[in-house]
Write a protein that binds this ligand. Sequence first.
Ligand SMILES: [Zn+2]
Length: 723
Amino acid sequence: MKKKMIAVLLACTMLVSTGCSATVAMDENGKITVDGVAIEDLAKDFGVNLGGQEDTKEDTQEADEEERDDDEELKTEGGSPWIDSDLKNNIKEDMELSATDDFHLYTNHDWLLKSEIKEGKRSESSFSEVKDKTDEKALALLNDDTLTSHDAQLVQALYNAILDWDARDKAGIDPIKGKIEDIQGISSLDELSDFICDTDRSRFASTLILCGNVVSFDDAEQYITAVVTDGLILEDASEYSKRTEMGDRYYKAYLNLAKAILTRLDYSESEVEEMFEDAISFEGKIAEKLLTSADKMSPDYIDKINNVYDPDEFFELAGSYPLKKYIEGCKYDNAKQYLVTEPEAIKRIDELYTEENLETIKNRMIIRCVTNMASDLDSEAYDAYIEAYNMANGSKGREEDEKVAFNTVRSLLSVPMDRLYIEKYDSTEKKKQITKICEDVIDVYREMLADEDWLSDETKEKAVEKLDSITINAVYPEKWVDYSDLDIDGLPLSDAYTRIHEFLEDIDRSHTNGKVDNEIWDMDILEPNAYYDSQNNSINLILGLLEEPFYYDGISEEALLGGVGAVIGHEISHAFDTSGAQYDKDGNYVNWWTEDDYNAFKERADKLIKFYDGITVWEGANVQGNSIQGEAIADLAGIKAMLKIAEGTKDFDYDKFFTAYATIWRRLNTRETDYYCLMQDTHPLSYLRTNVTLQQFDEFLDTYDIREGDNMYLAPEDRILVW
Ligand SMILES: [Zn+2]
């Protein structure tokens, strides 16, 4: 599971360049998840805490909005050719609605008008609705004391410990106090090294460097031990050279959180301010050597991070930082090779690891301890965490404790939770149906690929080979990791967390130098999500997505294809886009496109980028076409594939189909979240996923009699279909 922690850092960057092959997501709480794991809960060792991350969830979306007292100055108006209907400020009761002018608003107006972003959330969307339904079913299991299996005991023990506010309040901030005193007591660089290398002591603090196993880029059957830096408080390296509105918000939010916790440990506010600024300026020096979000968009991103070292060579990267001792402490020193994503950053950390910087490094560790642990302490600390979270994300209030507890259970104990859920709620029918749709979409892709006249025969042949090798992971797996050795019964929350982390870290260590078992899905299947995994060439459409409006009893074929079908179509296209072109049919990082094919694709993508660049979201803010190209192309391919299926379906009701598609993208964001998505997310904003995607197709224009002069109209020569 440490793998997932590492995956967070890798994926936070990877997913940008690989489209959405990495499953980094923003869950309903605004927590970042990777493979369904909330990093806040799982990767405490990290420090990325308040969420604020985007929403790279495969195709999932969230956000929030609402009249906020303090956002008068945040612009929401002036969008062109459509208003940004992901923002509630822009939704009025008496708007003129027309399918020919703004199909997204026309379809979703009632929902957008009546929906509110729930307390503690950044957004409300069809995905959050789906999640609410799953939550309800799961909570019934967590509260059912007649369940006696080991899985039930595990998840209920953690759930109850999280909700045991009496015990948490009694413990107060002792769990963090001990850590901080330990750090305070360090009086030399040697002692600091002892601390870092003792993983029991440094867990949840900040060790500057982290390691764990990931799937090798060069050999997708093989694990490799990855070494990464431990993340930044302001998240994106570019925030340290040119601070944006987002960076400012995070700075303020984390600083307030640090003050709230540390003043309870007798630090004065001004001391905390100094420590915080010290930590930020230290990170700024590391950030100079880290890749920024923009770097991660670059096509050669994997080349940049795929730096494989033999052990001797690897340990030479650092002389003062105790790299070897740390890797030994983490028990990854038996690795045959190491994947170092940003070697220059490791060297920079080594340069900065001096007696002179001792207090600065300690300050940063203390700040990171706070940001990593605050949400799991007593109610006073939790309130401060919520306040900071809301400040960072523009949300208000707080989510129900039970749901928060379930999210943590799901992220830390996904296997027992998922298994319990599957046993209770039979999903064999769903599995059959989804498998069949995946197979149908794969068949349609075979035709689509054959029809592409800009693709060479050589590349087409390889594409079909890859298509035929796709593994369909539908709904739930048949094989699970064994959790029978884990027991947390009766432990207070902080000890339960430690025990679970140790258990998950042991699992990860057992993968060192080992083979990848693709029958075990490395994901939380209750996440409302779907994705293509380029490292094992699999399409994943999991149980958590299969609630209304995506799936319900008696759903029509049109609605199924407009929702789940379009998502599957979208995902499969990632096997064949510029990112998919870099991975062969077995998931190895090997480019199988000819240069001419790549250039032809790029030319088509450039037209799309330009088109999206021309869309104004609100006054002064345009879409960043380059960032969202991969996902926008996938949306188009998804609809194209579905329309091919429709062609062969008797009496296909196109209105139902397009309406279902617009419905899955209904969403409200807070203005802050909207900005984040606009700047950082690789997916277009939701209203654009509906409008821009659909206006490319004659079937759509014909269904609603859309003509030249209508806002939804797009002349054939201006269309941006890539596939
Ligand atoms: Zn995608």
